[in-house]
Design a protein around this ligand. Structure first.
Ligand SMILES: C[S@@+](CC[C@H](N)C(=O)[O-])C[C@H]1O[C@@H](n2cnc3c(N)ncnc32)[C@H](O)[C@@H]1O
Length: 289
């Protein structure tokens, strides 16, 4: 296996050994990841896979990707498997991302939800693929602006993701100054408490949001239907076939007239399309019963 090792100078000047990722090894990692979480790693992602997993090899003192594949692929090392998935997911997100969704939610969806909550109905919103929590906290912020007693009125937001590292940040509700800098002054003031080490999401927002690990391509333990589902910039990483299956499952989890918000470069297709009426830019309403 020595030919699979190359020497490279590390930033400290000491020589570090860098394992070469062969096409075959990449294909095997891509297969494991696709089977586990639906993410479709095309060959253009070979450098990304190499650099992100190289760190994992070093951590375990493994010299080749073949050894790493055996290490995680055997199924006996669940923790490292989760870390590999975490390393290979794309978690880019931010507050106010695709802000027209939050405007639509605020102006069109929320007034209806407030009426149904006044009639005693629970309000349930799901942020599926929530990354570090910016999306569900953003939804909470929008709700609290109009409905300060949302928690008492049984509004709840569920944030789920497969990536355990992102979920740890989401659960902590802590963000760096750089991350929140640039947000409108009003959001900064209303959503966060600040201290020397960063920004903490306020308790009234956190009270509305629950986070859970959930792999979207496995079983969902949902006991109720949702008024709105945000699944933005997640399906884009899946094959078309999987996207269509996921859309069908989302539809089956929506209340009648429930809303589905998807990412700017995602499309609704397949059998679910006939049940999802476009009501805005990448916003769909379930028109079944
Ligand atoms: C680009 S982020 C999108 C975050 C947020 N929805 C947004 O639009 O800002 C995609 C998220 O999907 C998650 N993800 C990818 N595959 C998943 C799967 N099979 N199940 C659950 N989450 C998944 C990733 O871990 C990542 O946090």
């Amino acid at each position: 296996m020595n030919q699979a090792l190359a020497s490279a100078a590390g930033s400290t000047g000491t020589a570090v050994r860098t394992a070469v990722l062969s096409q075959g090894e990449f294909a095997e990692i891509a297969r494991i990841v696709r089977d586990a979480c639906g993410i479709n790693l095309t060959e253009s992602k070979m450098d990304l896979v190499h650099s992100r997993l190289q760190k994992r090899l070093r951590l375990f003192g493994l010299a080749t990707f073949a050894e790493y594949i055996e290490f995680v692929g055997s199924g006996s090392n669940r923790d490292e498997f989760d870390q590999m998935i975490s390393a290979l997911t794309t978690n880019v997100t931010r507050f106010h991302r695709e802000s027209h969704h939050f405007e639509h939610f605020d102006q069109i969806c929320l007034p209806k939800l407030m009426r149904s909550s006044a009639a005693g109905e629970p309000v349930r919103i799901w942020s599926a693929g929530c990354s570090n929590g910016s999306e569900p906290y953003n939804i909470a912020g929008v709700i609290l602006d109009k409905c300060p007693d949302a928690a008492r009125r049984n509004f709840r937001i569920l944030g789920t993701d497969i990536d355990i590292r992102s979920l740890a940040v989401a659960r902590s509700g802590r963000y760096t100054r750089e991350y929140v800098e640039g947000l409108p002054e009003q959001s900064m003031r209303k959503w966060f408490e600040s201290d020397a080490s960063g920004y903490q999401v306020r308790p009234e927002l956190r009270q509305l949001v629950t986070f859970n690990t959930l792999n979207l391509i496995q079983d969902w333990p949902m006991r109720h239907k949702f008024d709105a589902i945000f699944c933005r910039n997640v399906m884009i990483y899946f094959t078309r076939d999987l996207q269509e299956k996921l859309l069908q499952r989302f539809v089956s989890c929506l209340k009648p007239e429930g809303l589905l918000y998807i990412g700017h470069s995602e499309r609704v297709s397949g059998p679910a399309a006939s049940l999802l009426k476009p009501v805005g830019n990448t916003i769909y309403q379930y028109n079944g019963s």
